[in-house]
Ligand binder design. Structure first.
Ligand code: FES
Length: 126
């Protein structure tokens, strides 16, 4: 039987060779971000109900460090270490995704010249 996680956080920790045109999340600090999620979950006594896993490339490299939270499928981009406690407090515990950290395709409002939300989909979506 699968563990009954209320939320599952996947942090891309993919690393590519130096100079690769796509870059990678590990170079942008995602391994430390994943460790910080684990520390925060432990500190708050919720590591049994929520889990932060390392993930391979989530195909949102340009927006990394990339983080996705399930079951909601909320995508965060450009996550910094100092954002981790905010995501844990506001989203994982409070149930309110952190709007300012959502990836572009996940934002409710598109800026002028950008695709409208209805025109955007997560990577890999047909
Ligand atoms: S390397 Fe992190 S999303 Fe691709």
């Amino acid at each position: 039987m699968a563990p009954p996680f209320q939320r599952h956080i996947f942090v891309c920790t993919n690393r590519r060779p130096d100079g690769h045109p796509k870059g990678d999340c590990a170079t942008k600090g995602s391994e430390e971000i994943r460790a910080a999620f684990k520390t925060e979950l432990d500190k708050r006594g919720i590591k049994g109900t929520m889990r932060a896993n390392a993930a391979g490339c989530l195909d949102t490299c340009a927006f990394g460090p990339s983080v996705v939270v399930y079951p909601e499928g909320v995508w965060y981009g450009g996550v910094k270490l100092e954002d981790v406690p905010v995501i844990v407090e506001e989203h994982l515990i409070g149930g309110r995704p952190v709007e300012r950290l959502l990836m572009k395709f996940a934002k409710k409002e598109a800026k002028p010249g950008e695709a409208k939300p209805a025109d955007t989909k997560p990577p890999g979506t047909p």
